[in-house]
Write a protein that binds this ligand. Structure first.
Ligand SMILES: *[C@@H]1O[C@H](CO)[C@@H](O)[C@H](O)[C@H]1NC(C)=O
Ligand SMILES: *[C@@H]1O[C@H](CO)[C@@H](O)[C@H](O)[C@H]1NC(C)=O
Ligand SMILES: *[C@@H]1O[C@H](CO)[C@@H](O)[C@H](O)[C@H]1NC(C)=O
Ligand SMILES: *[C@@H]1O[C@H](CO)[C@@H](O)[C@H](O)[C@H]1NC(C)=O
Ligand SMILES: *[C@@H]1O[C@H](CO)[C@@H](O)[C@H](O)[C@H]1NC(C)=O
Ligand SMILES: *[C@@H]1O[C@H](CO)[C@@H](O)[C@H](O)[C@H]1NC(C)=O
Ligand SMILES: *[C@@H]1O[C@H](CO)[C@@H](O)[C@H](O)[C@H]1NC(C)=O
Ligand SMILES: *[C@@H]1O[C@H](CO)[C@@H](O)[C@H](O)[C@H]1NC(C)=O
Ligand SMILES: *[C@@H]1O[C@H](CO)[C@@H](O)[C@H](O)[C@H]1NC(C)=O
Ligand SMILES: *[C@@H]1O[C@H](CO)[C@@H](O)[C@H](O)[C@H]1NC(C)=O
Ligand SMILES: *[C@@H]1O[C@H](CO)[C@@H](O)[C@H](O)[C@H]1NC(C)=O
Ligand SMILES: *[C@@H]1O[C@H](CO)[C@@H](O)[C@H](O)[C@H]1NC(C)=O
Length: 676
């Protein structure tokens, strides 16, 4: 349960200037009274009956939630925070209500002075709260402000814009993860999540044979059974792709929180997956399509014809990045043809990247979404780009002085930047790439690359004026209440000891947690005596009510694996990871995450007891066994077929069950700490 008081006067809150209140992003407000209103007095969320079915038609989504649907999401968020209130439809605000309505008189402008449907007013009175959005989406952003201020203790008002992007082309992300990321973005009012859905590892033509290129990691993440694209997703990659139903679920779950998925299918560069499907359509560098081939554009049209009906956004991204700059005419033909095709068949707009656009012919003006290198990150390693967002640049990145803003394209030379209110600058996007493929990073490492700085960037994308010191003072507090996600894989605990199974008592298969948190386990086909649990059949297992623990943790236990246990058996498993005795042929202890093994040069001895500690410390993971030194799990990155880099890897502790996948043996003194 968090602090729940909304104070109309800014008495106990941090005020930046007379009219700006700290939050992420910051917003302007007017003090209208000195009265106080506590959220504990709220008895219901009321939705204005005139607008309950109203939807926002201005945003990028084609599946905008109604005001009533947003109110229901808001009420479920309040429940997560410990406040259970019903949602009702009413004609006006009532004492004790949070009344959600649509403003019929207000004009809402974004940071560049444009009209926006994402603005809102939030008025706190002694009897309740009224949130009036420029649209239902605006009202939902108002509820984010309310949760933030209830957490920090404060009050009111508007503004807009924004974008994030993640490279899913070279790394598969499970739908649940993407939905949690949307919840994260939404809390800071970031309204667009660009998903890069096809790509390949760098095709190093200086080194690779044609055969090796045809075998290089390349993926297309949308899996349709339409015969027009049969074979585009190979059967062994079905486990790394989204069916229409899954992709619908991602889009609608994100839309429910005001976040629109913008899908990208990349061509004519970064298109090795298409060449692996139809090798005749490629140039000598198989990652580039040969636009002069008569089947190339029709093939791309067939792909778009198949997938356009899947997309619930007004805009789609066709890639068009890093093509051969000597083929400018082909490139222009490609972009223009696909743009017309997509517009005429779906009414959607397109976006393209701007790197190496192989043309020096000037054309008419176009809108620009700032995706400059300043906030371009590459997972785990890069010869030239950072691995996480640069927070200094966020707060100091304007060469004219002050913080970064979407109109800053050049962070060194102010004369190269357009004015703040240039109407052609439609926002800013921070991109995260997976240049070194699926085995370089775990799924959650993509989140950690953004975790600490993305909300600060959101403030700047919205035109906020938060300082670094203010951000540092409120970030962790706000982070701890973000609804709809638990990306940190945090576990509620009374003390640093989260879970402890002593195995001293057993009744009806129940294993008592002596930590005080009550995370009792259940033993199936196992026996407990004298401080140990014995798993004597391949289906024996001990399940816990927990799933995973993220940074930081120490999971210690004693283990006596039977020599009869198969090499591939798992000691511990959970939704994000598993600790296995070996991989089936090699007996080296390994952690598995996203189906990638991270292997130690260590084998657990059989038929004797060994004390083991699995340690997650910051961005690294270690194992200590038998009182020996800490051994580190490492990701071995293959750099463009040319070299290797060993980097730390952060894997969540697997907690859902002990044994169960063939493990035979005994375990004792099982304890999880929240520190390392
Ligand atoms: C806040 O006060 C200013 C100046 O009086 C006024 O222009 C503005 O509309 C007010 N905003 C709200 C939300 O009342
Ligand atoms: C915004 O919309 C209002 C009312 O719809 C209109 O009067 C005003 O001119 C618009 N302002 C801008 C900057 O477009
Ligand atoms: C293709 O997929 C759709 C949606 O999942 C399903 O309804 C349809 O039966 C499938 N068609 C074939 C031929 O498998
Ligand atoms: C891991 O964390 C350390 C120290 O916190 C930092 O120096 C290093 O850059 C990080 N490594 C990666 C790959 O993020
Ligand atoms: C972060 O950005 C600042 C300001 O632009 C720059 O001076 C610094 O070198 C950057 N740090 C890294 C690690 O790139
Ligand atoms: C800044 O950019 C302008 C225009 O491109 C250029 O004329 C000037 O030399 C640049 N200044 C510096 C210090 O690089
Ligand atoms: C019970 O465990 C203790 C300590 O681990 C050990 O010394 C003792 O021999 C065990 N007793 C039985 C009956 O296994
Ligand atoms: C186990 O790992 C070794 C070395 O990486 C590999 O050669 C072998 O194929 C793996 N076995 C399985 C079953 O994955
Ligand atoms: C999908 O299956 C392939 C082939 O078995 C495997 O290499 C890959 O790691 C799997 N991917 C995931 C995310 O499980
Ligand atoms: C693994 O450990 C053994 C014994 O400690 C050592 O001889 C061997 O060189 C190590 N192998 C690697 C690849 O580090
Ligand atoms: C985890 O440990 C690292 C390294 O000791 C430390 O920098 C970091 O603050 C810790 N994180 C948490 C959430 O305690
Ligand atoms: C990871 O994948 C790369 C290919 O990108 C390969 O070179 C490297 O050996 C792989 N690492 C491991 C540990 O399998």
């Amino acid at each position: 349960m968090r602090l729940f008081s909304i104070i109309a006067a800014a008495a106990s809150v941090v005020v930046i200037s007379a009219k700006t209140l700290v939050g992420i992003p910051t917003f302007n407000f007017n003090v209208t009274s000195t009265a106080q209103f506590s959220l504990s007095k709220v008895t219901r969320v009321l939705v204005d009956s005139r607008f309950q079915n109203t939807v926002d038609s201005e945003g990028k989504t084609l599946i905008p939630p109604t005001l009533l649907a947003f109110a229901q999401t808001f009420a479920s968020d309040l429940l997560e925070l410990g406040l259970r209130v019903p949602v009702e439809v009413a004609s006006s605000a009532q004492p004790g209500s949070i009344f959600l309505t649509i403003s019929t008189s207000g004009v809402f402008l974004d940071a560049a002075g444009r009209n926006t449907s994402e603005g809102y007013t939030l008025t706190v009175g002694s009897q309740g709260v009224v949130i009036a959005g420029a649209s239902p989406l605006g009202a939902f952003w108002g509820t984010r402000t309310l949760i933030q201020q209830a957490t920090l203790g404060g009050m009111v008002l508007p503004i807009v814009l924004t974008l994030e992007q993640l490279d899913a082309g070279r790394h598969y992300y499970p739908p649940e993860f993407l939905i949690e990321i949307c919840a994260y973005l939404s809390f800071f009012k970031q309204n667009t999540f660009h998903l890069h859905l096809s790509d390949n590892l760098f095709n190093n033509v200086d080194i690779y044979s044609r055969e090796r290129s045809l075998d290089l990691y390349a993926a297309f993440r949308l899996n349709s059974n339409d015969s027009a694209v049969e074979g585009l997703v190979r059967p062994y990659r079905f486990n790394e792709s989204y069916t229409r139903e899954k992709f619908d679920d991602i889009q609608s779950s994100c839309a429910a929180r005001g976040v629109t998925i913008i899908p990208e299918l990349e061509a004519p560069g970064h298109a090795l997956v298409i060449a692996q499907w139809k090798p005749d359509l490629a140039l000598d560098d198989l990652s580039l399509l040969n636009i002069s081939h008569p089947d190339t554009i029709p093939t791309m049209e067939a792909i778009w014809r198949t997938f356009l009906p899947w997309f619930h956004s007004k805009t789609v991204h066709i890639g068009a990045d890093e093509y051969d700059s000597s083929l400018a005419n082909d490139y222009i033909l490609f972009v223009n043809t696909l743009s017309s095709f997509i517009r005429s068949s779906s009414g959607k707009d397109i976006r393209i990247w701007g790197t190496n656009e192989p043309s020096n012919t000037s054309t008419q003006g176009y809108n620009v979404l700032n995706s400059d290198d300043g906030f371009y990150i590459v997972g785990k390693f890069s010869g030239s780009y950072p691995q996480q967002l640069n927070i200094t640049r966020i707060f100091e990145g304007n060469p004219a002085g002050g913080a970064f803003a979407p109109y800053v394209f050049d962070t060194n030379n102010a004369t190269n930047n357009p004015p703040r209110n240039n109407p052609r600058v439609v926002g800013h996007i921070a991109a995260q790439w997976n240049d070194y493929g699926p085995n370089a990073t775990t799924v959650s490492e993509a989140y950690y690359a953004w975790r600490n700085a993305l909300p600060a960037l959101a403030d700047k994308q919205w035109g906020g004026v938060l300082t670094r010191a203010q951000y540092d003072a409120i970030f962790e507090n706000l982070h701890s209440v973000i609804p709809g996600q638990n990306l940190d894989r945090a576990i509620v605990s009374k003390t640093d000891v989260i879970l402890r199974y002593d195995f001293t008592t057993a009744s009806g298969g129940k294993v008592t947690d002596s930590s005080g948190n009550g995370y009792d386990g259940t033993c199936l086909a196992c026996s407990i005596s004298n401080g140990t649990v014995s798993l004597s059949s391949p289906s024996s297992r001990l399940t816990t009510p927990l799933s995973s623990k993220g940074r930081n943790y120490t999971l210690s236990f004693s283990i006596n694996p039977s020599s009869k246990a198969p090499i591939g058996a798992s000691i511990l498993s959970g939704p994000d990871s598993a600790l296995v005795l070996g991989n089936g042929t090699l007996p080296n202890l390994a952690l598995i995450s996203g189906n990638q093994p991270y292997v130690l040069n260590y084998t657990l001895p059989r038929d004797v007891w060994t004390d083991v500690a699995l340690i997650g410390r910051g961005n690294a993971t270690f194992l200590r066994a038998g009182g020996g030194p800490e051994m580190q799990f490492l990701a071995i990155l293959g750099i463009n077929g040319d070299s290797f880099e060993w980097k730390p890897v952060a894997v969540e502790a697997p907690l859902a069950q002990i044994g169960g996948n063939g493990f035979l043996g005994s375990v004792a003194k099982f304890e999880l700490l929240g520190s390392a």
